[in-house]
Write a protein that binds this ligand. Structure first.
Ligand code: NAD
Length: 485
């Protein structure tokens, strides 16, 4: 029988108020039903916000050690459960077991980082005239709504829930409807670690309904969102101006290969950035700009290495690339492969594998990674976020052209550069309009203690997230206090 999952609101596991549910299925085999989850609406959101609003002041008044302790315990529990949760992540989202383990195991480190932030959430003192002492005090914001995507369902959520709770806030959490089980697992870990019951609410459901209800609900003091630009823009337009909002959105990331680069390193860097996680990373490599002298050799090498990638269910031995996460993702990726052909590009790979005759691939959203070259300059593949294992390659003749083309996109998330030429690296890093610049490594892969965020349409730049000195800024308010004698 299909397992029925619940929301967590007001300290109790409960169905949606309307009783409606939606199905969660595996992208590796659409016949595999993972469970039924509550299809929540505005009434569930209102109840969630009201119960979290009643709970956070008590949590905020606790000593920082108490808040840190819960997050340290959550880290321990996450370590213990990581491999079990990773297997569920592979079933639910499709990434390979290796990729899922990397994500799940890292959550413990995320929680430890934010436990530390709870302990060092300090203000400052300022020199002042007239014998006064001026100091700044950090206080929680209140009710923080967290809306997350499916592609890193654990880490995107942990990097928001962790600092929000560490700073003394309460959280209303809406995971993606594509990965509701991962949202539930994270909340279970936090509750089992001793989080006060009403401090967090889990409201499952569709973006267009429950997500929108969150943006319209009074009493949400801050909203942190990671997802597409289209939805982020909609959220920003519908929120009250009193609500603090953080939006981390899409990318159209490029890797630049300069003439001195080793071809082996270039191929390895691109392959990992473009095809790892089935190309479904916000920092995934979607464009390659390569010195003309290396272009033909690089295209040939990438075509060969992409063709050798083993595609299949993430649980199978030796599989290097799992399925796309949804039918919509599958259709979208295949449509861009068709566009590339219509535009006159040379496409190697990009085949749908459902009809390949391999029974293991017959019911999932499997495609072969695609390498595209020879596209016209106005190709849609240069501009639009595909979010799949499709990489387009184009020759460049100078560093100036590399910078101009890398930045010729509405997005500005991650860019990488393969070269040992230090002056070029320095100039590129200073001038490019991207929030993350990587040298001799793929556009994907970030340090959990470093600031994360994009420029332009990739972020509203309310604050960097993930790590760094300012990671708690979004989740706390600063008050200046003047102490007179
Ligand atoms: P999405 O925008 O479709 O959905 C993200 C979340 O928003 C989901 O929980 C969804 O239910 C919810 N949502 C949808 N419509 C809503 C609405 N009208 N109001 C409120 N919430 C709504 O994105 P996705 O398909 O889940 O994820 C892929 C996108 O996320 C890509 O564009 C990718 O680049 C981006 N992403 C960005 C980062 C980053 O850190 N910059 C990280 C991961 C993914």
């Amino acid at each position: 029988m299909t397992e029925r999952h619940l929301n967590y609101i007001g300290g109790e596991w409960q169905p949606s108020r309307s009783g409606a549910t939606f199905e969660d299925r595996s992208p590796a085999d659409e016949r595999d039903v993972i469970g039924l989850f509550p299809d929540s609406d505005a009434a569930d959101v209102a109840a969630a916000v009201s119960s979290v609003a009643s709970a956070w002041p008590v949590w905020a008044a606790q000593s920082p050690e108490v808040r840190a302790d819960v997050l340290f315990k959550a880290a321990d529990l996450m370590s213990q459960r990581a491999d079990t949760i990773a297997a569920e992540l592979t079933r639910e989202e499709g990434k390979t077991l290796n990729e899922a383990r990397n994500e799940a195991r890292r959550i413990a480190a995320n929680f430890r980082l934010y436990a530390g932030e709870a302990l060092r959430l300090n203000g400052e003192t300022y020199p002042s005239e007239s014998g006064q002492m001026v100091l700044s005090l950090r206080q929680p914001v209140g009710v923080v709504a967290v809306i997350t995507p499916w592609n890193f369902p654990l880490s995107m959520a942990a990097r928001k829930l962790g600092p929000a709770l560490a700073a003394g806030n309460g959280v209303v959490f809406k995971p993606s409807e594509i990965t509701p089980l991962m949202g539930q697992r994270l909340v279970e870990v936090l509750l089992d670690a001793g989080l006060p019951p009403k401090l967090v609410a889990l409201v499952q459901g569709k973006g267009a309904r429950v997500g929108q209800a969150i943006t319209a609900q009074a009493g949400v003091d801050a909203l942190t969102f990671t997802g597409s630009y289209a939805v982020g823009k909609q959220i920003a337009a519908s929120l009250s101006t009193d609500t603090r909002v953080q939006l981390e959105m899409g990318g159209k990331n490029a890797t630049v290969i300069l003439a001195d680069a080793s071809i082996d390193k270039a191929v390895a860097t691109i392959e990992r950035g473009a095809f790892g996680l089935t190309g479904q990373a916000c920092t995934g490599t979607s464009r390659v700009l390569v010195a003309r002298s290396l272009h033909d050799q690089l295209v040939a090498r990438l075509e060969a290495s992409a063709s050798a990638i083993k595609v299949g269910p993430g649980t199978s031995d030796g599989v290097q690339m799992g399925p796309l996460a949804t039918r919509a993702q599958y259709d979208k990726v295949l449509s861009y492969v068709a566009i590339a052909r219509e535009e006159g590009g040379r496409v190697v790979g990009g085949e749908a594998l459902r009809d390949s005759g391999d029974e293991a691939l017959a019911h999932g959203y499997f495609v072969r990674p695609a390498v595209v070259s020879g596209l016209p300059e106005n190709s849609r593949l240069w501009r639009e976020e595909i979010f799949g294992p499709v990489v387009a390659i184009r020759p460049i003749d100078s560093l100036d052209e590399a910078i101009a083309l890398a930045d010729d996109t509405e997005y500005g998330l991650a860019v990488s550069l393969v070269t040992n030429d230090l002056p070029s690296v320095l100039r590129f890093a200073r001038e490019t309009q991207h929030g993350i610049v990587k040298v001799n490594s793929p556009t994907t892969g970030v340090s959990l203690n470093a600031p994360f965020g994009g420029l332009k349409h990739s972020s509203n730049q309310a604050a960097k997230e993930q790590g760094g000195a300012n990671v708690m800024d979004f989740y706390s308010r600063i008050k200046s206090i003047y102490l007179g004698a």
